[in-house]
Design a protein around this ligand. Structure first.
Ligand code: SAH
Length: 349
């Protein structure tokens, strides 16, 4: 059966015509979907006979809460089971400027970054627009918190699922639904070929974060294989400057600090030289330890020294507050752990 959430308005109207129903029912159904209705029978302003007909013809996918963990700092992490049994995660964080949900955009990821749990096992599939929408909606419901900001920093590379992400933004802006505008959205990307350019064409008022993590090609290619396919760090920064020119929006570079890998003062100097000229912003991320990855977080004093070096060079820099470290809140960790626990236990465990 075809999921009603995957239908365009035109498809829905065609279906209604086949069922001998007026076209205005499409808007009613749409409103229910945007509110997160779980069963056709709950669409109470539709005639009962239509609700039955719809249930016989279509499925209605719902995210099921498969696991939840709550951190001492109030961060809540959800693992959602999708209708095909795959899982993705979302994290709700409480900040002074409002509650933020970090959502996944793909099931798995094919980018292969050395430090990231999401990419183990590769890419399974893209998320559908309504699946991303439901991550936001259900995270709000399940946490009991009003969500005001969204970051696309969970599992997956959003620019590799471009069309669905754009359709998801359109759903978010619908007044009948969550009604969250572009200025409340951040999209994080590792910069796959062509992605930033396509996004620039949309000219959206969102915040673009670019995962840089290294100021030299040799190191970035080792940590992030996408670097080899997308022209290297100089080219990445040039593409970001183009984006800035086209959209008028300031870029935020993410730079995670791994002990002895990319955290020296010389690395900070190289980073400043690379991005120095523009008005970009650097967000330093203390590495979250991921099982099996040979990287450990930079010591506190290193983070401070790295930050000071950037500041001396006139770079805008902040250090991201660590949230939910006690609940494996880094990308893909909950999904990874859940997959492991579904396997038969090994002898030595
Ligand atoms: N694919 C996108 C968005 C998902 S990752 C991207 O690459 O930006 C979101 C952010 O978390 C990225 O900056 C990513 O590099 C970072 N990240 C992944 N694993 C991490 C870890 N173990 N510790 C700290 N940050 C991590």
């Amino acid at each position: 059966m075809y999921d009603i959430k995957k239908m365009s308005s035109a498809e829905l109207k065609t279906l209604l015509a086949e069922l001998g129903e007026p076209a205005f029912r499409a808007a009613q159904i749409r409103r229910w979907l945007l509110r997160g209705v779980k069963h056709f029978e709950d669409m109470t302003d539709l005639p009962a006979a239509l609700r039955e007909k719809l249930a016989a013809r279509c499925s209605l996918s719902v995210l099921e809460e498969a696991a939840r963990s709550v951190s001492a700092d109030g961060t809540q992490k959800f693992l959602w089971r999708l209708s095909d049994g795959e899982t993705v995660e979302s994290v709700v964080m409480r900040y002074e400027h409002g509650n933020t949900v970090c959502i996944s955009t793909q099931v798995g990821c094919r980018m292969g970054c050395a430090f990231c749990a999401s990419t183990r096992g590769g890419l399974k599939r893209n998320l559908e627009p309504f699946e991303m929408y439901d991550e936001v909606l259900r995270s709000g419901e399940a946490s009991g918190l009003k969500i005001s900001n969204i970051v696309l920093m969970g599992i997956g590379e959003p620019l590799e699922n471009f069309d669905h992400v754009m359709a998801f933004f359109a759903l978010l802006g619908e007044p009948e639904g969550l009604n969250i505008g572009m200025r409340h959205i951040s999209l994080s990307t590792c910069g796959p070929e062509g992605g930033i350019e396509r996004l620039a064409e949309q000219n959206l008022q969102l915040t673009l974060s670019v995962s840089l993590h290294a100021p030299y090609d040799e190191l970035r290619s080792r940590l992030m294989p996408v670097n080899r396919r997308s022209g290297g760090v100089q080219e990445l920064v040039r593409r970001c400057e183009e984006y800035r020119k086209k959209t008028g929006r300031r870029i935020s570079y993410e730079y995670l600090l791994a002990d002895g890998v990319n955290d020296s003062d010389a690395d900070a100097e190289a980073l400043a030289a690379l991005i120095g000229r523009g008005d970009a912003h650097v967000n330093l991320i203390p590495l979250n330890r991921v099982e099996g990855a040979m990287l450990s977080p930079a010591p506190r004093a290193r983070v401070e020294s790295f930050k000071k070096t950037l500041e001396r060079r006139g770079v805008n820099v902040t250090v991201r507050r660590r949230m939910g470290a006690d609940i494996d809140a880094a990308c893909g960790q909950l999904r990874q752990r859940n997959k492991q626990s579904e396997q038969p236990p090994k002898k030595d465990q």
